[in-house]
Write a protein that binds this ligand. Structure first.
Ligand code: GLN
Length: 470
């Protein structure tokens, strides 16, 4: 009987168990810096409440499972900053819907995980001013990916039952999961409520799950999804639960995206992903090459125009008056806003405010923002056409193995954005996608991306099971 089983059956004291897990989490944090806030007090409080009302929680899906939340997801009473200094000290008075659902099912929320400020990045190096950069679980001199870097790193390192809540706007679940060698599911847009998520780009943001196994990812996804009247973009699709998942690829048609294996993709990554595809074929999948030139060529520009436009609007609320840090009013209001924002936003947030505002300005709006919105529709059509023929599409999750921090420093902002080429397409189209760890090259993990049609999460999870425990 595992310790978790003992906790779930009431044989092991859940409070003592939670205390032990918190000690372990703190030890990992000292070495790898995965947390922005460790929620010890509230986690132990939750364990006590479960102990007191054990009969009510007995048999609940997540009973005794430790769950971490990306910093952008609001947890009642726990500092929630989306990795930004401008929100330092903010303790929400409410739980995000996903947190409410986790707690209802007996999951214990252990803390908030590190991320690029507001999700702006692919390596978790764009953390807000004063926040530490999380380190790769396989090599501390390398990045654990971003923006949900702390979530993926902790999912890899935790030596107690733990699943992480991440968030993806344009790849922030798949990319760090790939760099940390874990499974990461980004669900269909609208399947999981965004209520209580600190926005990056509202038409793109999706909360999802990261774990060491498909089973764990499915367990958390099944807990958090389902309609929420508090989010107007939440789908009314029935809650799935993902019970009785079975490894299933026989006869599945998989389209391997031809353009996703260009010279820009490191040879080691290509090798690892090709071996993953071969593995699916051995298990009975029908594999074919498919050309998706349009999405691969245009998704990056489209994504960054839309994401920056939306994020610059969202960041306007942090002006030192209603939300976030305040300053001292000396001159006029414009000077006041500028001072507060200059002092508390990091460099990348400022870059995005400038670029996003430019793309939305009258005179440029039609040329950039509106055009990008139209191209997004075309990109969706290309994917939909492919799904007329295939059950899933496959590509690398990232073009490179986890890079060294010293190499990331040399990248220009554009080179930094280019890392997202494989992941921005499915994010723009709101398609579910799963990072599957397909093995190691040079001692570092390689991730394969499986993309499904809208609402086909189950199919992706069942394919991913081929790699469970490998
Ligand atoms: N790297 C992408 C960006 O910087 C994606 C981030 C995300 O999904 N939050 O926008």
């Amino acid at each position: 009987m595992s310790i978790l089983d003992e906790v779930r059956s009431g044989k092991e004291d859940i409070v003592e168990y939670a205390e032990e897990c918190m000690q372990k989490a703190k030890g990992i944090d000292r070495e790898y810096r995965y947390f922005t806030a460790i929620a010890e007090e509230s986690a132990i409080g939750q364990a006590r409440e479960i102990k007191k009302n054990f009969q009510k929680y007995r048999g609940k899906r997540l009973l005794g499972v430790m769950v971490s939340a990306k910093d952008a997801i609001c947890v009642k009473g726990v500092e929630s900053c989306a990795g930004s200094r401008i929100l330092k000290g903010y303790r929400p008075l409410f739980d995000a819907t996903v947190i409410e659902r986790v707690k209802r099912e007996g999951g214990i929320v252990i803390g908030k995980t590190s991320q690029d400020e507001f999700g702006f990045g692919s390596f978790s190096v764009n953390v807000g001013l004063g926040f530490p950069i999380p380190l790769n679980p396989f090599d501390r001199g390398r990045s654990c990916g971003g923006s949900s870097g702390g979530a993926a790193g902790l999912a890899r390192k935790a030596d107690f039952p733990h699943i992480a809540l991440g968030e993806s706007t344009g790849g922030s679940i798949a990319a760090p999961s790939s760099f940390c060698g874990v499974f990461g599911l980004t669900p269909t847009y609208g399947k999981v409520s965004r209520y209580g998520l600190i926005d990056y780009g509202n038409s793109l943001d999706k909360i999802g799950s990261i774990g060491k196994s498909v089973e764990e990812v499915a367990l958390l996804q099944g807990t958090i999804e389902g309609h929420d009247p508090k989010d107007s973009t939440s789908l009314s699709h029935p809650h799935e639960g993902y019970k009785e998942l079975k490894r299933n690829v026989k006869g599945m048609r998989i389209g391997v995206i031809k353009e996703a294996f260009s010279d820009a993709v490191e040879k080691d990554v290509q090798k690892g992903v090709r071996s993953g595809i071969a593995r699916l074929e051995e298990e009975g999948a029908v594999v074919e090459e498919v050309s998706l030139e349009f999405p691969i060529r245009y998704s990056l520009a489209t994504y960054y125009l839309l994401a920056m436009s939306e994020s610059s609007t969202n960041l306007a609320r942090y002006c030192g008056m209603r939300y976030g840090q305040a300053g001292e009013l000396k001159g006029n209001f414009n000077e006041y806003f500028s001072e507060v924002r200059s002092k508390h936003f990091g460099e990348e947030a400022k870059r995005r405010i400038i670029l996003g505002t430019f793309a939305r300005m009258s005179g440029f709006r039609d040329a950039y923002y509106i055009k990008a919105a139209k191209v997004r529709t075309l990109i969706i059509r290309h994917y939909r056409k492919a799904f007329g023929k295939y059950d899933a599409l496959a590509s690398p999750s990232t073009p490179l193995l986890p890079p060294k921090f010293t190499d990331i420093e040399k990248l220009t902002p554009l080179q930094h954005y280019m890392i997202d080429v494989p992941v921005v397409g499915p994010n723009l189209a709101g398609l579910p996608h799963l990072n599957v760890p397909v093995g190691m090259e040079k001692g570092l993990p390689v991730g394969m991306l499986l993309i499904g049609d809208h609402l086909q999460e189950r199919k992706l999870l069942e394919m991913g099971m081929v790699f469970d425990g490998e």
